[in-house]
Design a binder for this molecule. Structure first.
Ligand code: DQQ
Length: 555
């Protein structure tokens, strides 16, 4: 094309053109990873939604196939919306999805959103190219009293102790439609599904999109199938909140007898207090990868540019790198996420520097790192534990209000004396730093246990000279254990996406940025210290990342 394309990614999954949103029905079958996605074949904006389909041997290199599902039945004519894949007992995967029904047909009593199923036309085809819609469709309808335009995104189905299939569908209830919920449906034959209750509901959260429920192993990184039960199992429930476009999860218990899910920590914001990602990451979905016995998370990163820009560049959205996820063995309270190991195959030209001192107010170039396709791992030395701060046990309460945005606008002055930082890394930066995306830490002394509370932030405010892009500052806390030797961050840069994993993946943050000057070889990396104490970088390693192959389908 003749359009200037500095923002297309080189090693993230993107269709050749047009609009993409939610990941749908990821699965592994006969040696191939399948990835489906909400896709508008006609434009770079949302609409006419179908299921795009791509396959891969390693979730790194891809080949797109023709559309898997499109709206061609009365119950999905207005769109084939999000859903999931389930393996039936015979080992064949089926797709559950939401159809947006057309009004005023002979089935005119059914409107709005319905749940439907598609089965492979030829299960012996490892690429699963053709899908047949079930004659039983729609297989589930909104229960009486529920809004049928707020009834969508079926989960993978699982079989309970009683041999009965279960699935969840996202919904909302209450007179003011503000109580988010996931509806439980059961089936004995997979063709006819009955509403039997709600697995959980949380007031004030609004519509729950794309629910995802799955077991996690309490001690091991190994993934579990949906049907896993036993003392080694906890559950995670994730929902995507339509009202603020963030994915929230909790760790808890799924009682298979009552079919109720209870989060462990109900204090945490009514039990939905954790986010997969503190930046741009939505409508995510996990799957059990039986090839490598792990659970993998896919999430969608929307653009932060204007609709006009999207139309001009001819595409919108990328998928974040697939992430291996598991329960944090140290805390059992949160997940850990890490780019799947296959991503490391793209690394080349490693450069490592050790023991780099970054003085107060200093910016130090990472000379080896150039370009907009990088993998960067930085280990910062932790500050010495301070003495004599116990006199002020209220310190953290006083400092607790401090946010990443305060630090960006006021620097370390915002934090006062009992803090350390901010310090971190500028990526996609011009040599003169007029453009830069900054990933940084800031530690606050808790005044009580001689511990530090650590903010992990992403500052997009200086990311581009362009005005009409979203430059929101992101951030959250990251847990640092007494046994941790360093404060570490891994940053994956790919032209217009920056994915940052703090402390081995305990806290994650994805940014979309559109530098005007800091593109391709004009993009640099710096270490910086805006705090009041010198900082030691124990090591900084950088790799250039190869571009992946995406073979696009040609009819
Ligand atoms: N996107 C789909 C819906 C889902 C929403 C439509 C979440 O099924 O609720 O494209 O981004």
């Amino acid at each position: 094309t003749h359009v200037y394309q500095p923002y297309r990614t080189a090693y993230h999954f993107q269709p050749r053109k047009n609009w993409m949103n939610d990941p749908n029905g990821p699965l592994y079958y006969k040696g191939w990873y399948h990835f489906f996605y909400q896709y508008n074949r006609d434009a770079a904006v949302w609409g006419n939604i179908t299921w795009g389909h791509a396959v891969s041997r390693d979730m790194v290199h891809w080949r797109t196939l023709h559309t898997a599902l499109k709206g061609d039945k009365w119950y999905d004519m207005k769109g084939v919306w999000s859903g999931s894949a389930t393996f039936l007992d015979n080992g064949v995967p089926v797709l559950l999805y939401t159809g947006w029904a057309i009004n005023g047909t002979d089935q005119s009593s059914i409107r709005g959103q319905t749940q439907a199923m598609a089965v492979p036309e030829d299960p012996s085809d490892p690429l699963l190219r053709e899908w047949d819609k079930s004659p039983h469709n729609p297989i589930a309808l909104a229960p009486p009293g529920f809004n049928d335009s707020m009834f969508r995104d079926p989960t993978e189905a699982w079989k309970g102790y009683d041999g009965v299939w279960r699935m969840l569908v996202g919904a909302v209830k209450g007179t003011d439609q503000s109580i988010g919920t996931a509806l439980l449906y059961k089936s004995t034959d997979f063709n006819k599904w009955n509403f039997t209750g709600e697995i959980q509901s949380v007031a004030g959260t609004g519509m729950w999109e794309c629910p995802d429920i799955y077991p996690v192993h309490v001690k091991e990184k190994t993934g579990l199938r949906l049907s896993a039960r036993g003392p080694h199992v906890k559950h995670v429930l994730k929902v995507s909140l339509d009202r603020n476009k963030h994915d929230y999860y909790s760790v808890g218990t799924y009682d298979e007898k009552t079919d109720l899910y209870t989060p462990d920590d109900t204090k945490l914001d009514t039990g939905l207090g954790l986010r997969y990602d503190y930046g741009k990451f939505y409508a995510s979905k996990t799957f059990f990868d039986q090839n490598k016995n792990r659970r993998v998370l896919w999430g969608w990163a929307n653009e932060s540019s204007s609709v006009q820009d999207d139309i001009e560049k001819g595409w919108s959205s990328v998928q974040c790198l697939p992430r291996h996820i598991w329960l944090d063995e140290e805390s059992s309270a949160n997940l850990v996420q890490w780019p799947i190991e296959e991503v490391d195959k793209l690394r080349r030209n490693e450069m490592t520097e050790k023991n780099v001192e970054v003085g107060v107010g200093k910016v130090v170039p990472v000379k080896a790192a150039k370009g907009a396709q990088l993998d960067i791992v930085v280990d910062f030395a932790l500050p010495e534990k301070s003495e004599g701060l116990e006199q002020n046990p209220n310190l953290l309460a006083e400092m607790g209000h401090l946010t990443c945005s305060d630090l960006v606008t006021k620097g370390s002055n915002a934090a006062g004396p009992h803090s350390f930082g901010p310090f971190g890394v500028h990526v996609l930066a011009t040599g003169d730093l007029q453009e830069r995306t900054s990933i940084f830490f800031h530690l606050i002394h808790d005044g009580k246990h001689q511990n530090w509370k650590t903010l992990f932030c992403g500052d997009q405010s200086q990311s581009s000279l362009q005005q009409d892009v979203d430059k929101t500052v992101y951030g959250s806390y990251v847990r640092v254990d007494d046994s941790d030797k360093v404060l570490s961050v891994r940053i994956l840069v790919d032209h217009s996406i920056v994915e940052s994993f703090a402390q081995g993946g305990r806290t994650v943050m994805t940014s979309r940025v559109y530098p005007e000057l800091a593109v391709k070889d004009a993009a640099h990396v710096f270490l910086f210290n805006n705090g009041t104490e010198p900082v030691t970088v124990k090591s900084v390693s950088t790799w250039e990342m190869k571009s992946v192959n995406i073979k696009f389908y040609k009819p």
